[in-house]
Design a protein around this ligand. Structure first.
Ligand code: FES
Length: 250
């Protein structure tokens, strides 16, 4: 509410988006059925703004919409040609920083990186692939870790620490050498106390944390993002219960 008792709102690409005090731009936009591309944002966790895929423009300034507090009267752009190019480049960088082979990935159709790329009409990475050397961890009897697909969103780190209370995952290194690790002296997932029922098992937006033996239970072609583009699903998911940036869940 504003001081005059009106519902506070901002403009997003010319549309009026109401918001509750404390909501970020992306929270209010998604709640009202407006899609802004995003990868490291998850409605159940505090945003931390690492992937920048949710970048919008406010007063000529680009800023991550998942950490930007909504303000009454604000004018926000998310779909200009400049932003579209920026979103495409950010997603292309994520593709070349890891090893993403969608046709052979068991998460194809459920992967947010793939879905966001399709939604942005990305047909190729257009940048040189780094082809990092990231061995797979198949040590756990029920869970496979495919580090090649990690986009460093830290959702598994946050879920394991904040919900599961286990700290199974962490990031190590800096810059281009930053990578996901598991907290075991051996470095092997089998030597952690992870369980298939952990929240950390649910939140990976790509195909890093995989339950063994169930990968193709839902056939390719019938998966979440096979059915319709991620942007259309965001609109269908709305309205979502308004959240503040400080809540743990929606
Ligand atoms: Fe906002 Fe990743 S979704 S920075």
């Amino acid at each position: 509410m504003t001081a005059e008792g009106k519902t506070a709102s901002f403009q997003l690409d010319g549309a009026t988006v109401p918001f509750e005090p404390g909501q970020t731009v992306i929270q209010a936009a998604l709640a009202a059925g407006h899609y802004i591309p995003h990868l490291c944002y998850h409605p159940e966790f505090k945003p931390h703004g690492s992937c920048r895929v949710c970048t919008v423009e406010v007063d000529g300034r680009t800023v991550a919409s998942c950490t930007l507090q909504a303000q009454d009267g604000m004018e926000v752009l998310s779909q200009s040609d400049r932003l579209r190019k920026e979103h495409q480049t950010l997603v292309q960088m994520l593709f070349v920083e890891g090893n993403h082979f969608c046709p052979s990935c068991e998460q194809s159709g459920n992967c947010r990186l793939q879905a966001v790329a399709y939604d942005l009409d990305i047909m190729s990475a257009e940048l040189d692939h780094l082809f990092p050397n990231r061995p797979v961890d198949a040590s756990h009897p029920e869970i496979l870790l495919e580090f090649n697909r990690c986009i460093l969103c830290e959702l598994c780190v946050r879920a394991s620490a904040e919900v599961d209370g286990k700290n199974v995952f962490a990031l190590s290194g800096r810059g281009i050498t930053k990578h996901l690790i598991v907290n075991a002296e051996s470095g092997r997932l089998a030597d952690t106390d992870i369980a298939v029922t952990d929240k950390a098992m649910e939140v990976c937006p790509v195909g890093v944390i995989l339950r063994k033996g169930v990968g193709f239970r839902v056939p390719i072609g019938e998966r979440r993002f096979d059915r319709q583009p991620i942007s259309a699903q965001a609109r269908e998911d709305a309205p979502r219960r308004p959240t503040t940036g400080n809540e743990d869940s929606t």
